[in-house]
Design a protein around this ligand. Structure first.
Ligand SMILES: [Zn+2]
Ligand SMILES: [Zn+2]
Length: 343
């Protein structure tokens, strides 16, 4: 089968590799679409270093079951499915709390986080644990279904952890594809004023067309002043979905009493300042969210099935697997949203 194999940083090769065969509790999926995540780009470019070679990245796949192991009962050949990019032991304290993303025995297929990294989905086929497979609703396209995992992360951050309520005034800092998904989830959950902040006018135009009530470019205007002009009482919830430390600091500066805030985008180890006494009197509530869980995956599938969120709207490019190098190039340009690879 054809696969994009990463042999070293900046050494991605299209190769013919052996077809995966399932262990008794595994499933092989013929990939129909796979989202291209920033994590994959960082591995290819050497921006993150925790990669062992050779490897196949790509961890946001949807497809059709092509083979199942002999103990697998809940899916069969021909089923249309979504693959959660991780699996866990099911036995430890965290797994039993539903926090599978904390599991120390977890593995990932093509993603980042666990030490056990298995081949991912920038390939024609992949295999994974049967418990990491979710049925794809028939009215959801394979391309939309390839965005289940990032959408599930957005649901987990905005709804499950930060407990956004209907009517809440929400600020999203950073509206690249993951920030847009957070915004669409907030919109679907009945956000009041929904303010998008981003340094890119391209991103802000997308946010506006997907439901932001207001857009702010902090390079052109004082973001705090604009937010408080729009919402004099300040935001109920702020989601940092940007990454740079300046975005986290802006989130801190935007708080008022009782604001909830979610450290969602930053993954680098940089420091930001908090005034202890002020934080005390603001009674702010800080949450953070990373990764996904089976519950979040199921919720994302329901959001798509019912039409509450259509993640196809964040896809800017559909690129064939054999043109993966073109996709890598586009990942490095500013005017793009979600790229989906089609094997
Ligand atoms: Zn991802
Ligand atoms: Zn576990």
């Amino acid at each position: 089968m054809l696969a994009a194999v990463l042999h070293d940083f900046n050494d991605l090769r299209l190769e013919d590799v052996p077809m995966p065969t399932p262990a008794p509790d595994e499933v092989v999926v013929k990939i129909k679409a796979c989202g291209f995540c920033a994590t994959d780009y960082k591995a290819i470019k050497g921006i993150r270093k925790n990669v062992s070679f050779p490897c196949i990245v790509g961890h946001e796949p949807s497809g059709v079951v092509s083979a199942v192991g002999k103990y697998v009962k809940h899916v069969k050949e021909g089923d249309e499915v979504v693959v959660m990019p991780s699996g866990s032991c099911g036995y430890c304290k965290y797994c039993r709390q539903g926090k599978m993303h904390y599991c120390k025995q977890s593995f990932t297929t093509g993603g980042d986080g666990p030490e056990d990294v298995r081949p991912g989905a920038f390939a024609e086929y992949m295999k994974t644990a049967a418990s990491s497979i979710f049925p794809k609703p028939s009215n959801v396209s394979f391309e939309a279904a390839a965005i289940t995992e990032p959408l599930s992360g957005a649901w987990k951050g905005v709804i499950q952890y930060s407990e956004m309520e209907i009517g809440d005034d929400v600020v999203i800092i950073g509206v690249g594809s993951i920030g847009l998904l957070c915004m669409m989830v907030a919109k679907a959950a009945g956000a009041g004023r929904l303010i998008a902040i981003d340094a890119s006018d391209y991103a802000l135009r997308n946010a506006k067309s997907l439901g932001a009530t207001h857009i702010i470019n902090p390079r052109k205007e004082d973001a705090r002043k604009r937010v408080y002009d729009i919402i004099p009482d300040g935001p109920d919830l702020i989601v940092e979905a940007a990454g740079p430390i300046q975005a986290v600091q802006l989130m801190v500066d935007l708080r008022r009493r009782g604001t909830k805030w979610n450290v969602f985008g930053i993954t680098t180890h940089e420091k930001f300042e908090l005034d202890g006494g002020l934080t005390h009197f603001l009674e702010g509530r800080m949450d953070a969210s990373f990764g996904t869980t089976p519950l979040a995956m199921s919720k994302a599938l329901r959001l798509m099935e019912t039409g509450l969120v259509n993640p196809e709207k964040v896809i800017s490019h559909r690129i064939a697997l054999r043109d993966i190098h073109k996709a890598v190039e586009i990942m490095g340009t500013p005017e793009r949203n979600k790229i989906v690879i089609i094997p």
